[in-house]
Design a protein around this ligand. Sequence first.
Ligand SMILES: [Zn+2]
Length: 414
Amino acid sequence: MATKPILIHNALVWDGTGAAAFPGQVLVDGKRIATVAPATESLAADGATKIDARGRFLMPGMIEGHSHITFMDLSIASDLGEIPPEEHTLGAMHNARKLLDAGFTSACSAASAKLRLDVVIRNEINAGRIPGPRMLAAGPEITVTGGLGDADLFHVSRNSFGMVADGPDDIVKAVRLCIREGVDIVKINISGDFSVPYSSDLMTVMNEAGTRAAVEATHERGKRIASHSRAPLSVQRALEAGVDIIYHCDHADEKTLDMLEAAKDRVITGPAFGNIVNALAHWEKLNTPAAVERAGKLRRLFDNSCRTHAEMRKRGIRVVIGGDYGFATNPQGTNARDLEHFVTHYGFSPSEALQAATRIGGEIMDIGDELGLVKPGYLADLLLIDGNPLDDVRILQDRRKIRMIMQGGKRYKG
Ligand SMILES: [Zn+2]
């Protein structure tokens, strides 16, 4: 039996485009938005279930652009490898629900700790058997020996979230394996990271041949590829090879920013900044030599990320929120903090931060169905909020203020 249309009236409608919010009403029919109209217009909505929004803020569901639902709020990445697949699957299922509870109706994964975890959770969500954001599944991070995600020591084999592959042939095989097992997004680590001893965030460790091979193998199978790129050269390499989603970009210099700007209609970026903010606060509190060293690297990253993203904002380069949530200092479900960081540290207006969480998120999802705006024809992923996030984006961090969560026309909460 077809479900009855739903009319949400008496709302303050913010549609995600950046236009001002207005008193209005939204008619949802099936899984899509049918009509968006000002409050003064009389809508033919006979037979619709009516929801009186009581003046609350109606906005698109948020989209987490760099999610890791398989990260279990641990401190040490190689502890992920210690989790048996059974517990890990259930843990990822709980994390998916936490994201939806926090108002995230979609999520683009930036890597899965085990190859099929994202895939199986995505499939269960799509089948309507478990709650969670509509999700793009990724595989583990394809990385070179000694790169971010290679948790091995010479005397002991360990896993975290990486899949080690050196050279074009191995990398192509890893890409093909991920796609065979059902991922939507392939992830490669072109730069190192602040957390890795001999592949730092300033180093570009996946070579050009390997990067190009990964992109070609992904695209020839009709999938998209994302990269971990902190160092300037690693961003340039991603751009030249045709990577679709370039994460971090922290240390981008003038030349790199020019290249990003030239590719801005094709490429989407995301800083994954929440983790940096909280990790920096954590390590700066400690006084051991190792902590001081780690804090120093994070401070450099923090400062450069702020500088880079203030510049990217000016140049109109598309940036999504999503902050590597899933570490002990940066737990799952607190993802809406990213909006505050964009405003406080990157100089985004609240409207721009909200657009990064909605409209641009819809563009990174690119699932064929349109989402991320309150607009006729778009999927009815909607939130009703107590208070106005355009005055203070921190409101979205308080789950009690999210009074309704609708996903594909179905009310999950409220
Ligand atoms: Zn990440």
